[in-house]
Design a protein around this ligand. Structure first.
Ligand code: NZQ
Ligand code: ZN
Length: 391
């Protein structure tokens, strides 16, 4: 193992019906004036929001609500949330929903603790957060891993920029993972979620540091479990056993564990973020659409060794030749995304004729940064991957 630093403060409460414990967890973690942040209304329709707020009232806590977080959550909406949290005097932010609600809650927690700084300054690295309000999470969609991750992702519509802020301050105080809550998910969101969970580990696993055996073995095990149970939850989101596996894997995949000691790559996420920022496509789908082209562009970075290992240990490929095993593994992974009806090229989104140069500009922040570690990709390499991903 190579050196690493790992800090995970989040109390995880996992299992069917655990959402009944939310109010007592808020109290335990010091909340008394709670801003409940949610999305477009799925938790209103399911009755979950009512159950949660009834629980807060029963615990003697004061609350206000802030709905409207949309997929690829917007900076302007988060700024509104900061205003609301300050006016209400919130001392705790509770997210009810998927990654977009959680990231909005995290942004509000950062902003409300620094009322004199515009929150985007933290996302553009002009300022560094020193403290945040505590955040609790009731997860309804296993996907982004935000419930235990150190990251929060916002989109600035004005500049078509999607950016993440990573700091241990972003890790929630607690996360309630109740797999029953995901049974109402539309199939498309299930598929996006399974893809994102796979990608959080793939983007760590494909890195240039070869000898972190336990991290790699954990990554391979997680990938196998997600591939197997991903098929099952796609067929039936109410399959409680399979959804339980997927939900816990969603947290494990993005809390850092599967990449410790390595130099995480995350180029596929950067390629996907530019797509989502420009075309507002769902995060998981944006990743599936470019993964195959990215993989083919980088697989020979170490003479195909790592992709061949992925093929043998995750996909059970018996081929002895590294190049053949690697290319077969890529084929199988892309076919898996297809089997979940995910886009595997940009034409699948109806974006086959988009301007790859413009997209690469967005991805490379106007040619000011390279992305990736397994193979470092400059603007031209990024452009070539988008071009290859067209059809
Ligand atoms: O908004 P509501 O009405 O709740 O509906 C949502 C939304 O339409 C719906 N949904 C959620 N739970 C449901 C449900 N519908 C029925 N039943 C339920 N139980 O699903 C739709 C998508 O929700 P969203 O929160 O946008 O999805 P996801 O969890 O995939 O989050 C995506 C966002 O997270 C970011 C992505 O970039 C994207 O902005 N990410 C955040 C990360 C982090 N903070 O660590 C890491 C990820 O790589 C990712 O970038
Ligand atoms: Zn992701």
């Amino acid at each position: 193992m190579h050196p690493f630093q790992f800090y995970l403060k989040t109390e995880v409460v996992f299992g069917a019906d655990t959402h009944a414990q939310v109010a007592s967890l808020v109290k335990k973690h010091g909340g008394s004036r709670v801003l409940v942040v949610y999305g477009g209304g799925s938790c209103v329709r399911s009755g979950l929001l009512q159950t949660v707020t009834d629980g807060l009232t029963a615990e003697g806590l004061t609350f206000d609500t802030f709905g409207g977080a949309q997929p690829n959550p917007r900076l302007a909406h988060a700024r509104e949330g900061v205003k609301k949290a300050l006016a209400f005097g919130a001392d705790f932010i509770l997210a009810v929903g998927g990654g977009s609600s959680i990231d909005t809650a995290k942004a509000i927690a950062v902003g409300a603790a620094a009322p004199d700084t515009d929150i985007w300054d933290f996302w553009t690295r002009k300022a560094e957060p020193k403290k945040v309000l505590p955040v609790g999470v009731v997860l309804t969609l296993p996907a982004a891993g935000s419930e235990t991750s150190d990251s929060a992702v916002l989109t600035d519509e004005a500049t078509m920029t999607k950016r993440g802020l990573s700091t241990d301050l972003n890790r929630p105080a607690f996360a309630v993972l109740d797999p029953k809550l995901a049974a109402t998910l539309p199939k498309y969101q299930v598929a996006c979620g399974v893809t994102d969970i796979l990608m959080h580990t793939l983007d760590r696993y494909f890195n240039p540091v070869p000898d972190n055996e336990i991290s790699d073995a954990m990554a391979e095990a997680l990938l196998r479990v997600v591939l197997e149970n991903g098929r099952k939850v796609y067929a039936d989101p109410a399959d409680l056993h399979a959804m339980s596996e997927i939900m816990w894997c969603g947290s494990l995949s993005h809390n850092g564990l599967t990449g410790l000691g390595g130099k995480k790559d995350f180029a596929v996420h950067q390629l996907g973020h530019a797509l989502s920022a420009r075309y507002d496509v769902a995060h998981g789908a944006s990743l599936a659409a470019v993964w195959g082209s990215w993989a083919k562009a980088v697989a020979d970075a170490d003479g195909y060794a790592r992709f061949a290992g992925f093929g043998r240990k995750v996909w059970g490929i018996a081929e002895a030749d590294d190049k053949k095993a690697a290319l077969l593994a890529i084929e199988k992974q892309v076919a898996y995304f297809k089997s979940l009806d995910m886009p595997v090229c940009l034409a699948d989104f109806g974006l086959g004729d988009m301007d790859t140069e413009e997209l690469a500009e967005l991805c490379s922040y106007g040619k000011t940064r390279n992305i990736g570690t397994f193979r470092v990709l400059d603007h031209d390499a990024v452009c070539a991957i988008y071009r290859a991903a067209k059809n």
